[in-house]
Design a binder for this molecule. Structure first.
Ligand code: ZN
Length: 120
């Protein structure tokens, strides 16, 4: 396994304008991740959504309005959604992975494969 460039998981800017349906993250390596809100919500990594073991599965059809975003330490973002759910902590590494998955999958109706828990 290669060690990932730390710049690839260091955000320089997070854009989530009020009313927008996508979140954009600029990374220190020059890449930008574009993450639709519903895509991120579906992959909420919290124990309430995913249990305590197994892969991170996509759970469709949930509230995908971002009510607030907080930085957790210097390693993650925590979103609170429009329905009050706010226990998911999205590490920068996980967000980067979600961005890559989204870019690879493309269309909104594309399959949503599970993500190994080791990425979170
Ligand atoms: Zn959750």
């Amino acid at each position: 396994m290669t060690t990932p460039d730390p710049k690839s998981t260091t955000p320089t800017m997070v854009r989530a304008p009020v009313g927008a349906t996508v979140l954009e993250i600029d990374w220190a390596d020059g890449h930008t991740s574009v993450l639709p809100n519903g895509f991120m919500r579906g992959y909420c990594p919290c124990a309430g959504c995913q249990g305590h073991s197994g892969e991170i599965k996509f759970i469709p059809g949930q509230n995908s309005e971002i009510a607030s975003i907080e930085e957790v330490g210097a390693y993650a973002l925590q979103f609170t959604w429009g329905d009050g759910h706010g226990s998911g902590i999205y590490t920068f590494r996980f967000l980067r992975r979600l961005g890559e998955l989204r870019a690879a999958e493309g269309a909104d109706d594309a399959p949503r494969p599970p993500i190994p828990r080791s990425v979170t």
